[in-house]
Design a protein around this ligand. Structure first.
Ligand code: ADP
Length: 176
């Protein structure tokens, strides 16, 4: 079960549709908490954990088994903030808490346009956000009580999300 493994510091998953603000939140959280930031995409590139390329969506395909092997030791030690769009394929035991960032469709559309995504990729991501694909998959893979959705539309919400997570972290430390 998640959360029952003894670790010096918790592992936090930050998931969500591309453009919802995962890396913005996760990097700032790492700064403020001292926890270790892990961009799964960057590790996968560096450690050659990609398994082909999706031409339609114009993105690499992750070799899930390989990235799990690559991260296992670091995750077992605890104290990590993991940034990746989906999380259902990671071992349940890795995470003490899972946050799913959610963004209003119009705002998300502008962010992805600004990022230079093509129309097909934008539509695919917006539809994934509308149908809450990532949130539902997370809830199927982790205990409901550790999965939390966070609104990520504006700077105030970013601050309040950081506050909430830092509060949770302080509580975790008191209890462990
Ligand atoms: N809470 C927020 N309010 C306003 N803009 C945000 C917020 N979070 C992220 N952004 C902006 O949205 C864009 C996408 O954020 P990013 O963190 O790269 O998303 P992701 O890692 O989920 O793909 C960036 O330009 C970032 O500055």
């Amino acid at each position: 079960m998640a959360g029952t493994v003894s670790r010096g510091a918790p592992n936090i998953m930050i998931a969500g549709t591309p453009g919802t603000g995962k890396s913005t939140l996760a990097k700032e959280l790492a700064q403020r908490s001292g926890l270790n930031y892990i961009s799964v995409g960057e590790v996968a590139e560096r450690a050659d954990c990609m398994d082909g390329y999706d031409d339609e969506l114009q993105c690499g395909i992750l070799d899930e088994d390989k990235i799990i092997d690559e991260l296992e030791e670091t995750m077992s030690a605890g104290g990590n903030i993991v940034d990746y769009h989906s999380c259902e394929f990671f071992p349940e035991r890795w995470f003490d808490i899972v946050f799913i960032l959610r963004t209003d469709n119009t705002i998300l559309h502008s962010r992805l346009t600004e990022r230079g995504y093509n129309e097909k990729k934008i539509e695919s991501n917006i539809s994934s956000e509308i149908f809450q694909v990532i949130a539902d998959a997370a809830r199927e893979s982790y205990p409901a009580e550790i999965v939390h959705e966070l609104a990520s539309d504006n700077a105030d919400q970013l601050e309040s999300n950081l506050d909430k997570i830092l509060e949770w972290l302080a509580l975790w430390k008191q209890q462990h």
